[in-house]
Write a protein that binds this ligand. Sequence first.
Ligand code: PHE
Length: 352
Amino acid sequence: MKDKLEQLKIEATAAFAAAKDAAELEAAEIKYLGRKGMMAALMQGVAGLPPNERPMMGKFANEVKAVIDRALADRRAALEAEKRGAIATTEWMDLTVPGTRPPQGHVHIVTDAIAAVTGIFEKIGFTRVRYPEVEWDWYAFEALNMPKDHPARDEWETFFMDAPEDAKWGKMVLTPHTSSGQVRELKKGKLPIRMINISKTYRRQSDVTHVPMFHQFEGLMIDKDVSVTHLKGVLDHFAKEFFGAGRRTRLRPFHFRFTEPSFEIDISCDLCGGTGMQGGNKCRVCKEGWLELGGAGMVHPNVLTACGVDPEKWSGFAFGWGVERTMMMREGVKIDDIRHLYKNDFRFLTQF
Ligand code: PHE
């Protein structure tokens, strides 16, 4: 029995020392120290010895077991330390490597332009508003001094809704211009007014410079003693902020039913600086020094009256034109067909 115990001690300690990893160590542990292992078997043998031999052999067996236990514990600790020591080579990472950026989108260029226009007018006290895209004829035309069947209406190639006509407000239309927002704002009866209405507008048209759905922005200022000078000042502010410090605006006499006097607004051409000439030739962009922006004028007294505002007490100006066109006139924006804007072609959109 003593020899067997001695033998086991040598074998088990050697096996533990030779275990190359945790799995091998565990296998050896089961073999020698497990419940059905060799040590347990010998312990049973000791228990079966005659009573006079038992205490001495029992003591020896316990000493052997203590040696084997320590051998196991030592090897386990050694393997742990080895593993931790190896982490530097097995689990390193380079914290200086740049991360992989997730793909990042951006707002549509028209949305971007709308934000820019909003910001420019908010800076001088105008408040951004939005009004219905499906509107009554009365707001889109009638209150704007264009009675039923007036030929001026033809210029707004209007979409009509397939809906019953209202006795008071007329037919339903898709807003052909943002000027209906003037009527909505005036009818609120809160004066003075400094509004900037930016909304979707619709017209039956589609070519290189027209899309059936586009955006307009409409400014309206109503106060005491507002004059054309104020209009010019606001427009010049916009031109400088949106297009650059060197740009100027020009008012050209025109006619709208809802303003009097009315103007078309031009902006000085960036390429020729408003001279119309470039190296002895006519400027190839504008040919005359100016580019057309949109319409404006002093709000017609009939419009104020229709909206319940007394034209003897209040006056003001309005202006309005397309966001897309204005954005496309910005320096460096080279879009040769307005329809590209709404095709949702990734190759186009990601260029901006
Ligand atoms: N609503 C006009 C258009 O769409 C432009 C305009 C707005 C003119 C405001 C005068 C005043 O053409």
